[in-house]
Design a protein around this ligand. Structure first.
Ligand code: PMM
Length: 387
């Protein structure tokens, strides 16, 4: 007998093994996704739920590690699936079905498009978001594009390098930065948005403030990128909903001047996923359609380098929420911690982080050096096409 260990971290190896042995494409893919091992973490479990879970795991042949109020369940996706079905789940475990059903659906059918105002962005290929900062003090490129014309020309160059979206920001969010008054921020971003829109480029506005977002949307922006995840301005959700713009909800805690003291997590991936899930619920409650929402783990915001690396490795936990995932590692401090490179020499590290993030399910990449990230992502795409 000959024994080969397959690369079972994705269904691809099993699909290919079945295809090589004569299976048709469709059944091979379904069988491969069913065989895929998954692990779910259940928290806030009552004693009765935990007991029911122990019984179920023994019957289903699932692996279970459990403690007070929590359980880790590991099994093939096909074994976990009955727990997501109202007609199959034991009654005492019914409360876990809706979340598990969403997770399994996101895993089997990840979003293939992101709806933006007036159109949609396909997600089969990496989507590059070029950074156009019009701030005098951004940590990596502050003060370089002081006039609307210079900023727009820079944006146009990023588009020529492959940026599908240009993200215009007028308020630095580097650690310790204070709030820029809305009028000043608006005066910085609106002329640049207008100029980029005039040149036919899709624009996202990077702001936490509803009035700035509204002014940028009136000037033709199609996406709002809110680094506070709707936590800063209570009017933001409705402003975005009214305009039918798309919304990026980024994770952070506190504000840029307090966030470094709030980088305290027991289990960073689970906590960031829970907080982003709550932000998405707030956005939907404010009227933003689910298909217009994208999530971003917020590298560098209320996170130590170790937290950022853990999150990058465990990005699939955020992807499992079922929304398109954006990442913005560009030139950030944690990349300096790994490479020893100063901020102006972190574009290769950024491109590498993007490739790793693609492999874990991210689809949109907010970067300064679009050409380099695109090159790294083309290798990642060839290795792992979007499912
Ligand atoms: N990072 C910065 C600003 N805006 N938006 C999203 N969605 N994700 C990010 O990671 C992010 C962001 C800070 O970086 P910059 O000063 O270089 O723009």
């Amino acid at each position: 007998m000959r024994v080969t260990a397959l690369a079972a971290h994705t269904p691809e190896a099993v699909r290919a093994a079945l295809a090589a042995r004569g299976w048709e494409a469709q059944p091979a893919w379904f069988a491969a996704t069913g065989l895929q091992p998954l692990t779910i973490l259940l928290e806030d479990l009552s004693d009765a739920e935990r007991e029911a879970l122990v019984g179920w795991a023994a019957r289903a042949g699932a692996d279970l590690l459990t403690g007070q109020g929590w359980a880790l369940v590991g099994a093939a996706a096909s074994r976990l699936a009955p727990l997501a079905r109202a007609d199959r789940v034991p009654p005492s475990l019914a409360s876990l079905s809706p979340a598990l059903a969403r997770f399994l659906a996101a895993y089997a059918e990840p979003p293939r498009r992101w709806a933006i105002r007036g159109g949609e962005i396909p997600l089969e290929q990496p989507v590059l978001i070029g950074i156009v900062n019009v701030t005098p003090d951004s940590f990596s490129d502050g003060g370089r594009y002081g006039t609307a014309d210079a900023a727009a020309a820079h944006g146009e160059q990023l588009a020529a390098h492959g940026a599908r979206i240009l993200d215009v920001g007028g308020e630095s969010t580097r650690p310790g930065a204070g709030v820029v008054p809305a009028a000043a921020e608006q005066a910085r971003v609106v002329p640049v948005v207008r100029e980029l829109v005039r040149r036919g480029l899709p624009v996202s506005v990077d702001t936490r403030k509803a009035v700035v977002a509204a002014a940028a949307l009136a000037a033709g922006a199609v996406i709002v990128n809110d680094v506070s995840g709707l936590a800063f301005d209570p009017a933001m959700g409705e402003t975005v909903a009214r305009s039918q713009a798309a919304l990026v909800l980024m994770h952070m805690r506190g504000t840029p001047d307090t966030m470094d003291t709030l980088a305290t997590y027991r289990h960073v991936a689970a906590e960031v996923a829970a907080e982003l899930g709550a932000a998405a619920e707030r956005a939907e409650a404010a009227g933003v359609a689910r298909e217009r929402i994208a999530l971003d783990p917020g590298f560098g915001f209320a996170k130590t380098p170790e937290h950022n690396f853990r999150l990058l490795d465990e990005l699939a936990t955020i992807v499992a929420l079922g929304y398109p995932v954006v990442v913005g590692p560009s030139r950030k401090r944690f990349l300096g911690a790994a490479t020893g490179r100063p901020v102006e020499d972190r574009d290769r590290a950024t491109a590498t982080a993007c490739a790793l993030a693609w492999e874990r399910g991210a689809r949109l990449f907010r970067v300064h050096d679009v050409a380099l990230a695109r090159e790294a992502l083309s290798v990642a795409l060839a290795t792992r096409p979007a499912t």
